[in-house]
Design a protein around this ligand. Structure first.
Ligand code: HEC
Ligand code: HEC
Length: 479
């Protein structure tokens, strides 16, 4: 669009500079600054001109001032002088926006336009900025620096810098976006991304809270009780290959890892590996709720407690992003907490949290945590009968509860409501956003909101599809 405008202007003018000299100016800029973000694509005439040439902006004026005056220039003499002229005005801030000409060129903004500076507006014309931000138009990629983006995608998703050839290819391509997508696709299958101890594996650390001392299975700790590798594998599975990420909470299957490279994963009906009872998954499939009912989750979070509030609070925090201890996600339920275990949680100072937390916890009460070897980490509808000696009302705790204001009959129901919630989709995107963008999403950040809304709808809960949009957000792609 801007090129057309330039050519129209060009045709109607009388020249003191031969016409061929003019289009050569952008190339001259990039000969001087081959690695600048402004040169990720050919810089527009607006770099030096105001709207239609020949009018010069403040930067163009400054450059003009360094050229030999009043000499009719040929393409060769114009370009021969241009490099030195550009260098001579590098240190100035011609448009007075507080950023020097050189810094702007390197960052890909316009040195002659005070509205454009690094991080804002980029190399978009005003028209492009206006259309790019229209709803439904997609992301604003006119300010994307594709060379920068290729490097970032390579490092974040493959763990390596792009090759020199890749960088050259993206700079000279008519369709740099396609190169980024291709790179992303190949990185999403890399060991760095999906292998053991890879990016996704590590992303689960906060949710799973591994504890080497009680690990069972391969390479066990001193008191082997459960193998969290099962949990990692299930987690990674839900994040790759277009799988439905809600299976973090819904899966009634497990996942086996076939060691690579390339590492691959495979769904399995039952336990990923046979071995001692202490690494088997014993909850029957119809009672499973993904990462909430693995042996690891039950042993590590429910442990010995009748009302495993810690397990419920962890699930609420890890998968819905709400930390009750910080008064987040409070949705008080009427007449709660009942205080079945006589812990005094109905006192006013306690009810503020426990009127949400206790009904959230009831559905967890039918799953055994640490018990004798054959019964650890199993489902038992009558489990609470064993706790009558700890409190006479404990066995009357219901299995049904309330999550996010919705009544549920059991933990499988709890997990379904949670998996289908806005809070879950938001948390999935937020975890990746924090690691990839490098900051918490801002309150009501429009790009972030769009990502989780699309994850739930157009992307069918595929994290890989969501990541194809995330890398083109302004937050990620603009330096
Ligand atoms: C690096 C800055 C720069 C860029 C980029 C640039 N120009 Fe120029 N342009 C100049 C300068 C400086 C002059 C004045 C040259 C002189 O007269 O000595 C000029 C002169 C011109 C003139 C001649 C005006 C006249 O009457 O003397 C036209 C037309 C022109 N440019 C068009 C373009 C077009 C079209 C583009 C984009 C394809 C472009 N320029 C890109 C710096 C630039
Ligand atoms: C700010 C919110 C908040 C308040 C106020 C609060 N609790 Fe809790 N309580 C929690 C959370 C969250 C947990 C789950 C613990 C975890 O995250 O590991 C919990 C867990 C518990 C547990 C179970 C501990 C265990 O190890 O299983 C008891 C008992 C308890 N709270 C009693 C109380 C009592 C009594 C009061 C009032 C004096 C109170 N709480 C006030 C948030 C709160």
């Amino acid at each position: 669009m801007r090129v057309t405008a330039g050519l129209v202007g060009l045709a109607s003018l009388a020249f003191t500079v031969p016409a061929e000299a003019i289009p050569a100016a952008p190339a001259g800029v990039c000969e001087t600054y081959p690695n600048a973000a402004l040169c990720a694509q050919s810089p527009s005439c607006d770099t030096c001109h105001l709207g239609s040439p020949p009018a010069l902006n403040a930067y163009g004026d400054a450059v003009h001032g360094e050229l030999t005056p009043d000499v009719e220039k040929t393409p060769t003499t114009f370009l021969a002088e241009l490099g030195d002229a550009l260098r001579a005005v590098e240190g100035l801030d011609s448009d007075g926006d507080g950023v020097s000409n050189l810094e702007e060129i390197e960052a890909g903004s316009y040195p002659g336009n005070a509205q454009s500076f690094p991080g804002v507006g980029g190399t978009c014309s005003e028209d492009e900025v206006a259309t790019a931000s229209l709803p439904g138009h997609g992301y604003n990629t006119c300010s994307t620096d594709f060379a920068f983006l290729l490097r970032r995608v390579s490092l974040d998703f493959c763990g390596t810098s792009p090759t020199f050839e890749d960088m050259e290819a993206v700079r000279s391509s008519d369709d740099p976006r396609a190169i980024i997508v291709k790179k992303l696709d190949s990185c999403l299958d890399s060991e760095f991304w999906l292998g053991r101890d890879g990016f996704l594996w590590n992303l689960a650390n906060d949710k799973l809270r591994p504890l080497k001392a009680i690990k069972s299975g391969d390479d066990p700790g001193p008191i082997p009780l459960a193998n969290y590798v099962h949990d990692y594998q299930l987690y990674v599975w839900t994040m790759i290959d277009g799988h439905d990420v809600r299976d973090q909470l819904r899966a009634q299957y497990f996942v086996r890892r076939i060691e690579g490279p390339p590492t691959t994963y495979e769904q399995t009906e039952n336990t990923p590996e046979q071995g001692s009872l202490l690494s088997l998954e014993l909850v029957e499939p119809s009672r499973r709720a993904g990462l909430l009912t693995t042996r690891w989750a039950l042993v590590n979070f429910t442990m010995f407690t009748a009302l495993p509030r810690t397990a419920a609070a962890r699930a609420y925090r890890a998968f819905l992003g709400y930390d009750i201890a910080r008064l987040e996600g409070l949705q008080p339920v009427g007449n709660e907490p009942v205080d079945y275990d006589d812990k005094n949680v109905a006192a006013e100072a306690c009810a503020v949290c426990h009127s949400t937390l206790d009904p959230l916890t009831y559905p967890f009460t039918r799953y055994r945590g640490i018990d004798d070897v054959a019964n650890s980490a199993t489902y038992d509808a009558n489990r609470l009968d064993d706790f009558a000696n700890q409190g006479p009302n404990i066995p009357s705790t219901p299995e049904g509860g309330v999550v996010l204001g919705q009544q549920v009959n059991d933990l499988v129901g709890w997990a379904l409501v949670a998996a289908n919630s806005d809070a879950f989709a938001r948390t999935v995107v937020r975890d990746l956003w924090v690691r990839l963008v490098g900051a918490e999403p801002g309150l009501d950040d429009a790009e972030y909101e769009q990502l989780w809304i699309d994850l739930r709808s157009t992307h069918g809960y595929s994290v890989e599809a969501m990541l194809h949009d995330l890398v083109f957000t302004e937050a990620y792609s603009v330096p």
